[in-house]
Design a protein around this ligand. Structure first.
Ligand code: PEP
Ligand code: MN
Length: 367
């Protein structure tokens, strides 16, 4: 932090600022310029309130030079964080593909989709059971019934599952069935919800708010991290701009910006980012080229009949085509696509083992 003194600040006013900063535990380094004196505050600034100085005589302004987010910052944690979900590693060398329908609509629909995305090489199954819809009259999701179908699809395919949690009250229920808790764009700044998922031990994928700045997204991640849960992924899912050609403007910049600012894995969601299935493939390839650690995509066996987001959902065959292209782009940028169906993939082998171990453990528990 730097305190900039006014041009006419007196030596006594400068000394007062130095005394006040030091009384709060900071070390000070005054820099005497021709016009202004600037006082740099270093060391332990935990007790230093930025607005303390603004009201003091002779002070022009206080400038923060450190990131306001601490636990999410790459400065405090230069190594990238790897989050292991049953052997699927987010933030490592491999790019993880999560796929599935926007909403879980029926048992058959989610199981059919799960098998199709697994065959095409997805590592995680997505599906919403609690849906944040713009209209209260639109399909709101199957709730617990949907979670049960997701868990069944997980059992059949071995794919870990991700699903959205919208309220604090539903956290325990959703966490009982899913491997990754999704916080949706509309809840990015629901601080109570963020604190509550921060107290769980479940990995969390935090989506960027529809009008959320990147720094706000990082501050929201900080709410989860500071409550003890260090397994947080950040998701770019498009933002609202003046552009009307697409549902949202997919902010490709956010991917390298987040990778530079933070050690947390970055997920790209080109389905919500574009709202248009024809744009999903090119933007998925672009996201991997830009450094995304994972993709989350919407796949539906019959997008025209989908109960939500059919326009941006890929048919399984198109998803399989996209997976082929993704392998090429990943290779071009020195990465590969995690593939649980590939016996050569050691990450996948671990994944199968750990999921299997989990099953044995569960069976061994007497009911
Ligand atoms: C979703 O993933 O289906 C969803 C509702 O996403 P978002 O919160 O980004 O709108
Ligand atoms: Mn959706």
């Amino acid at each position: 932090m730097v305190v900039v003194m006014k041009e006419q600040a007196t030596p006594a006013e400068i000394e007062n600022v130095i005394q006040r900063a030091e009384s709060m535990g900071a070390q000070t380094q005054p820099i005497y310029g021709d016009n202004h004196t600037v006082i740099a505050l270093v060391g332990d600034l935990t007790q230093v309130q930025r607005n303390t100085f603004d009201a003091m005589a002779g002070v022009q302004k206080t400038v923060r030079i450190q990131d306001p987010y601490k636990l999410a910052s790459r400065t405090t944690h230069p190594e990238g964080t790897v989050i292991d979900v049953g052997g699927v590693r987010f933030g490592g060398d491999q790019v993880v593909v999560m796929a599935g329908p926007c909403s879980v609509e029926s048992r058959d629909q989610i199981i059919e989709t799960a098998i199709a995305v697994k065959e095409a090489g997805a590592s995680v199954l997505r599906g919403g059971a609690f849906k944040p819809r713009t209209s209260p009259y639109s399909f709101q999701g199957l709730g617990e019934e949907g979670l049960k179908y997701l868990a069944e699809a997980r059992e059949i395919t071995g794919l870990p599952v991700i699903s959205e949690v919208m309220t604090i009250e539903a956290i325990d229920l959703v966490a009982e069935y899913v491997d990754i808790l999704q916080i949706g764009a509309r809840n990015m700044q629901n601080y109570g919800l963020l604190q509550a998922v921060g107290k769980t031990n479940r990995p969390v994928m935090l989506k960027r708010g529809i009008s959320g700045e990147i720094q706000e997204l990082l501050m929201c991640a900080e709410y989860i991290l500071s409550n003890g849960n260090m397994q947080v992924m950040l998701c770019e899912r498009g933002i609202r701009t003046y552009e009307t050609a697409t549902r949202n403007t997919f902010d490709l910049n956010a991917i390298p910006v987040l990778k530079r600012a933070s050690h947390l894995p970055v997920v790209a969601d080109p389905a919500h980012g574009t709202g248009d299935w024809e744009l999903v493939s090119p933007m998925s390839l672009a996201a991997v080229a830009a450094g995304a650690d994972a993709l989350i995509l919407e796949v539906h066996p019959d997008p025209e009949a989908a109960m939500s987001d059919g326009d941006q959902s890929l048919k399984p065959a198109r998803f399989a085509d996209l997976m082929c292209s993704l392998h090429k782009v990943a290779e071009a940028v020195g990465r590969s696509i995690a593939n649980p169906a590939d016996p050569q993939d050691s990450t996948a082998a671990e994944s199968r083992e750990s999921l299997f171990a989990n099953e044995i453990e569960q069976e061994a528990v007497p009911v």
